[in-house]
Every structure is written in structure tokens, then in C-alpha cells.
Design a protein around this ligand. Structure first.
Ligand code: TXA
Ligand code: MG
Length: 326
């Protein structure tokens, strides 16, 4: 695995202290980080990201940090989640400690999304920086999340001076978000920590509110979308759908688990390298969607993985990628 040299890390910390942005790897997707306590840095973050003000950003902290520097009185079930899943692909939404981050980070909310990522480069950066890093995924608003340093460079280019390269992300889809402000956990976004994990850890089957009613952009109906039109299909319908689209003159691709790719498909169909299992599907999902655009496909037919484990998060992102665009 490639990792940045110490000099890169020092440059990254210097940039953050100067109020500049740094892109860094996490185990989920690459983040675009700004000092969460610096209003000008956070304003620049929203500008580069192209994100509407009022959409809150997750704050990332080091594994040895005292999270109560940022949030107040986590309930027992939130502590249980933190103990079991941090560092890892989990974000907890908790009452914010006033003054710990600038108001723009939370879009004026009284709550804060906080996460301790596991990726070693992220941990080195957070430990060396010492503060909290406000970091959305390092892509322009509404587009496909980056899972390699190359994706970040392609998307943000010169708008971000320092990009730390930690190789491809190990999970590949964004963190699970759990609202911990009520009596029981509520899942706001599916990710690497599953609803079954949350139930096992907290002893309560979590409610789910992934419909955007909390104004979380990652829960907007249309999100995570490539330029190519994404269409969900059953394996049995691939051949007919592909034939129709090819006949209409479109460049058409297919993304599905290897086991779901039928034989005898029409010749013109571009079969994107199929993942072997749901974990690999999550890891390669955003790279394949970017490849669909690089290969100039007008349509990508997609077979979601089974809706269980990490497959739930993959199926969720694919549904949003396939949703009607505004
Ligand atoms: O895996 C991840 O979570 C990645 C990496 C970089 O950590 N980050 C990420 O950030 O996906 P972003 O900004 O693309 O998505 C963050 C989601 C948004 O849907 C946002 O609305 C929600 O988290 N969020 C953040 N703070 C919140 C809060 N206080 N209440 C409700 N939702 C919140
Ligand atoms: Mg995002």
C-alpha cells in the first residue's frame, strides 16, 4: 500500500493551520478537510465543494481524542456504538458542545456529526493536527465520491493544494450515520456498519430515516450520480434492456456481481469488471461509475447486490444514482 511521506504530512498540517484545505484518505471515501474551528477555512470548504450552506459537515477526530471536547453527554447506546465501532466507518450525531466548532460546520444545528476514522494516514494527520477536521467527501456536490487520490485530483484539481495519498479506500462507501440525540438510535445513512450491527451492539433494532427528512445531502433522492444514466435491472432483464438501448444507438454498460452477469449478452454491451462479492462491490462501486463516464456510456444497467450487510449501503447508493435528476 502506498502512503504519503512524513514531508507530505507536515505540509498537510501546515496547510490546515494556515486555513487551507487538505484532501485525505479514510477507510470509507476520501475527505476534503478544513480546520473545524476556523470560519474562513470552513467557508472555503463550502466554496470548493460547491455545497449549499446549511448542509452540515462531519467532524473527524483522532482516536485518542476526548470526543466530549466536541459533543455533550452521549447516551449509553451511543457510547456502546463508539466503543464497538471506533475507529471505523461510523458517524454519530450528538448534541454539539457550543463553541467547539464554528457554526457553519453544523449548518446552524444544535447537533454535530462526529467520526473517528480508522485509516492510518487519516489517524496520523488527525494526531499531528490535534484539532477536529470538518470533512465532506472530496468530490463536488452531488457527484460520485472519490475512493482514490486520483479521483480527488480529477474532481478538485488545483482547488486543493495538498492531497494525501493512502491508496484505494478499504470500505468504499460513506460511513453509516446514526442519530443519537433521541432515546434510541436512528440510522440516517447506511454504510459499513449495518443495521444488524447497531441492533446487536445497542440491544435495540434501530429506526431508519434515510429519506432526506433531516436535510442530509447524502440522503437526497438524487445523489452519488455519474453523468451516465443509471438504470436498475434484474439479472433476467439485462439482455432485453441492453438490446433496446443499443438499438436506440446508446453506448450501454453493465455493472453487476460476477454471479449476476448472464452469458449470451449482446455484443455491444460494455461489461464493467464485475465484483466477486458485496464487499468488493462496495470497494469498486464509485470507481466503476467513474469508468462509465470515462468510457462515455450513456446508460449503465446496474444489478444491485442483495440487500443485506454492506449490500444495503451499495443498493442505497445505486438507488440514489438511478433517481430522477433535478
Ligand atoms: O464516510 C464518510 O462519512 C465521509 C468521510 C470523508 O468521512 N464523509 C462524508 O461526508 O460522506 P459528506 O459531507 O459527503 O456526508 C455527510 C453526511 C451528510 O449527509 C450530512 O448532511 C450528514 O452527514 N450530517 C453531518 N452532520 C449532521 C448532523 N449534525 N445532523 C444530521 N446529518 C448530518
Ligand atoms: Mg458526499
Amino acid at each position: 500500500m502506498s502512503g504519503p511521506a512524513g514531508a507530505d504530512l507536515e505540509a498537510a498540517v501546515r496547510a490546515l493551520r494556515a486555513g487551507e484545505l487538505v484532501a485525505f484518505p479514510t477507510e470509507t471515501v476520501y475527505g476534503l478537510g478544513a480546520d473545524a474551528a476556523n470560519a474562513a477555512a470552513v467557508a472555503e470548504l463550502y466554496r470548493v465543494k460547491g455545497r449549499p450552506a446549511g448542509h452540515p459537515v462531519i467532524v473527524h477526530v483522532a482516536a485518542d481524542a476526548d470526543v466530549e471536547r466536541w459533543v455533550l453527554a452521549p447516551p449509553a447506546y451511543a457510547r456502546a456504538l463508539a466503543d464497538a465501532c471506533w475507529p471505523g466507518p461510523l458517524t454519530l450525531v450528538l448534541p454539539r458542545r457550543p463553541g467547539a466548532v464554528v457554526d457553519q460546520v453544523t449548518g446552524g444545528r444544535r447537533t454535530l456529526g462526529i467520526r473517528i476514522p480508522a485509516q492510518p494516514v487519516a489517524q496520523d494527520l488527525l494526531r499531528a493536527f490535534g484539532g477536529g477536521l470538518a470533512a465532506p467527501s472530496a468530490n463536488r456536490f452531488g457527484r460520485v465520491s472519490p475512493t482514490t487520490a486520483g479521483h480527488v485530483r480529477a474532481d478538485l484539481g488545483d482547488d486543493v493544494r495538498v492531497i494525501l495519498d493512502g491508496g484505494p479506500c478499504g470500505v468504499g462507501v460513506e460511513s453509516t450515520i446514526v442519530d443519537c440525540t433521541g432515546a434510541a438510535p436512528v440510522i440516517l445513512r447506511h454504510g459499513g456498519v449495518t443495521a444488524a450491527d447497531v441492533a446487536r451492539i445497542t440491544g435495540v433494532a434501530p429506526e431508519e430515516r434515510t429519506d432526506g427528512s433531516t436535510a442530509a445531502p447524502g440522503t437526497l433522492p438524487s445523489h452519488y450520480a455519474p453523468a451516465a444514466r443509471v438504470q436498475l435491472v434484474e439479472p433476467g432483464a439485462i439482455a432485453a434492456r441492453a438490446t433496446t438501448a443499443l438499438f436506440a444507438g446508446s453506448r450501454v454498460g453493465l455493472l453487476a456481481l460476477a454471479a449476476d452477469v448472464p452469458s449470451g449478452l449482446p455484443g455491444g454491451l460494455v461489461v464493467l469488471d464485475p465484483p466477486a462479492d458485496p464487499d468488493e462491490y462496495a470497494r469498486v462501486l464509485y470507481d466503476r461509475l467513474r469508468e462509465a463516464d470515462a468510457r462515455d456510456l450513456a446508460v449503465v444497467l446496474v444489478v444491485p447486490p442483495p440487500d443485506t450487510g454492506i449490500g444495503t449501503a451499495v443498493a442505497d447508493r445505486l438507488r440514489r444514482a438511478a433517481a430522477p435528476r433535478p
